[in-house]
Design a protein around this ligand. Structure first.
Ligand code: S3P
Length: 426
C-alpha cells in the first residue's frame, strides 16, 4: 500500500474498542452463568479468534457488530472442542485461554499462525505445570501447537520474572479452578483489566501493588459490558496529531486506565500539546477524549516502571522520536523482541530505510531524531503495530512510502486507513 505526504490533519476520530478488554469480555462471559451483552466490542481479527475458540467449545455467541451477546454456560460448562482451537495471530487468546483450558475436564490442542508458533509459551507452561497442569508444546518444545489435558489444579504463589498481563491473567484464570488462593507477583504492575473485569463478574480477587490473588470460584455471573476505545489504537492519531504543522485532532472515546496511559506521559515529556477532555468513567474504566495539536518535540528517556504501560506503543514512539529534536533512549523493553514480530529489529531496519539514525540495543533502541526522514519501502512483517506506526511516519516523510502487507492492521484496527484518510480530507 502506498502512502504520501499529508497537509494538516484536522477533525475528529472515534477510537474502536479496546482489544484486551474485548478478549476478556468474551472469555469471562463464556464462563459466566447467564447472558453477557458487550457494546463497543472490537471487531478485529484477534478478538474474532477468541469468539471462534469459545464457539468451538459450545458457547453460543451472537456477533451483531457493535453488540456481542454471549450466552454463558457457567464455570464448568465448556464442551470439548472437536477440532484444533485456532487462535490466529493472537497471543492474548493463546495465553489466557490456556489458563482456562488447564482446569477443564477435557483435552484439546491450540494452534495459530506462523507468528504464534514462534512466540514464547514457556512463560505460561512453567507456572501452569507448577499448578499441576498437563500442558506441552509440539515435539518436546515449549512452542505452539500446545496440547492441554485439563485437570484439577493446585493453587500457587507465583513470582513472575516478566511484567506481563498475559502471564498474570493466565494464572489467575487457572486459579478459578484451583484448590486454594492463587497469587501472582509481577516485577512491575502490568495492565489490570482481568482483575477489574473478573471482579465485576463476581470473582474474589484482591490486588495490592504488584500482587494479584484469586480464590477459586463456584460461579461467575453475566454482566453488561461497555468496552472503551483502545489507547493503543489512539496512539497512532496522537503521534500523527503531534507531528507536522497546524494539525488539530480530537480523538474520542479513549480508555485511559493508568496501567495503559504511559503514551500520554511520554508525549508530554517530549513537549507534546495534549489535552484530556470530558473525562468520565465507563463500566469501571476511565475514559476521555484527547485533543492533540502539532508541537515542537524533543527527545526523552523511556525506561523502568512506565514500560508495561506503553509496551504496545513503542513502535509509534520510535516514529515520533525520529521527528523529535535530540536523542530518545528506550530501555527495559526486551519484551519487544517477543511480540507479533521482533519489534526492536523491525523498527531499526525500517527506520534506517527512512534515513533515521537509530541503533538497536538488547532491551530497546536509541534514536537521534530531528534529521530529514525520507519515504521508503517498509516491511510490516505482518505486524499490525508496525504497519500503523509507519503509516503515520510516511505522512510526514519526504517522498512516498510503500508498506508491504499493510492490511495486517485488521488484527486490531480494521478501519484504520479509512479513519486516517478522513483526517487528511478534513
Ligand atoms: C495484552 C498484554 C500485553 C500486550 C498485548 C495484550 C493483554 O502483553 O502486549 O497486546 O491483553 O493482556 P504482555 O502482557 O505479555 O506484555
Amino acid at each position: 500500500m502506498k502512502f504520501t505526504t499529508t497537509r494538516a490533519l484536522k477533525g475528529s476520530v472515534r477510537i474502536p474498542g479496546d482489544k484486551s478488554i474485548s478478549h476478556r469480555s468474551v472469555m469471562f462471559g463464556s464462563l459466566a452463568k447467564g447472558t453477557t451483552r458487550v457494546t463497543g466490542f472490537l471487531q478485529g481479527a484477534d478478538c474474532l479468534s477468541t469468539i471462534s475458540c469459545f464457539r468451538s467449545m459450545g458457547i453460543r455467541i451472537e456477533n451483531n457488530s457493535d453488540e456481542v451477546i454471549i450466552y454463558g454456560n457457567g464455570l464448568h460448562g465448556l464442551k470439548a472442542p472437536t477440532e484444533i482451537l485456532d487462535v490466529g495471530n493472537s497471543g492474548t487468546t493463546t495465553r489466557l485461554i490456556s489458563g482456562i483450558l488447564a482446569g477443564q475436564n477435557f483435552s484439546c490442542v491450540l494452534d495459530g499462525d506462523a507468528s504464534i508458533r514462534k512466540r514464547p509459551m514457556d512463560r505460561i507452561i512453567k507456572p501452569l505445570t507448577m499448578m499441576g497442569a498437563d500442558i506441552s508444546g509440539h515435539d518436546g518444545t515449549t512452542l505452539a501447537p500446545l496440547s492441554i489435558n485439563g485437570r484439577r489444579l493446585k493453587a500457587i504463589d507465583y513470582i513472575s520474572p516478566v511484567a506481563s498481563a498475559q502471564i498474570k491473567s493466565c494464572i489467575l484464570l487457572a486459579g478459578l479452578y484451583a484448590d486454594g488462593i492463587t497469587s501472582v507477583t509481577e516485577p512491575v504492575l502490568s495492565r489490570n483489566h482481568t482483575e477489574l473485569m473478573l471482579t465485576s463478574f463476581g470473582a474474589d480477587i484482591t490486588s495490592q501493588g504488584c500482587v494479584a490473588s484469586i480464590k477459586p470460584a463456584d460461579e461467575l455471573f453475566a454482566q453488561d459490558i461497555h468496552v472503551p476505545g483502545d489507547i493503543s489504537s489512539a496512539t497512532y492519531f496522537i503521534v500523527a496529531g503531534l507531528l507536522g504543522h497546524n494539525n488539530e485532532i480530537l480523538i474520542e472515546n479513549v480508555g485511559i486506565n493508568p496501567t495503559r496511559d504511559g503514551i500520554l506521559h511520554v508525549c508530554r515529556a517530549m513537549g507534546g500539546n495534549i489535552t484530556l477532555l470530558n473525562e468520565r468513567n465507563e463500566g469501571g474504566e476511565p475514559v476521555a477524549d484527547i485533543l492533540v495539536k502539532s508541537s515542537s518535540l524533543h527527545g526523552t528517556i523511556v525506561e523502568g516502571d512506565i514500560i508495561p504501560t506503553l509496551i504496545d506503543e513503542i513502535p509509534a514512539i520510535a516514529v515520533l522520536a525520529a521527528f523529535a529534536d535530540g536523542t530518545t533512549t528506550i530501555r527495559d523493553a526486551a519484551e519487544l523482541k517477543v511480540k507479533e514480530s521482533d519489534r526492536i529489529a523491525v523498527m531499526v531496519d525500517n527506520l534506517s530505510r527512512m534515513g533515521v539514525d537509530i541503533e538497536g540495543t538488547d532491551d530497546g533502541m536509541i534514536i537521534n531524531g530531528g534529521r530529514p526522514v525520507k519515504g521508503a519501502v517498509i516491511d510490516s512483517h505482518l505486524d499490525h503495530r508496525i504497519a500503523m506506526s509507519f503509516a503515520i511516519g510516511a505522512m510526514f516523510a519526504d517522498g512516498d512510502t510503500v508498506i508491504n502487507d499493510a492490511e495486517c492492521v485488521d488484527i486490531s484496527y480494521p478501519t484504520f486507513y479509512q479513519d486516517l484518510e478522513k483526517l487528511r480530507q478534513a
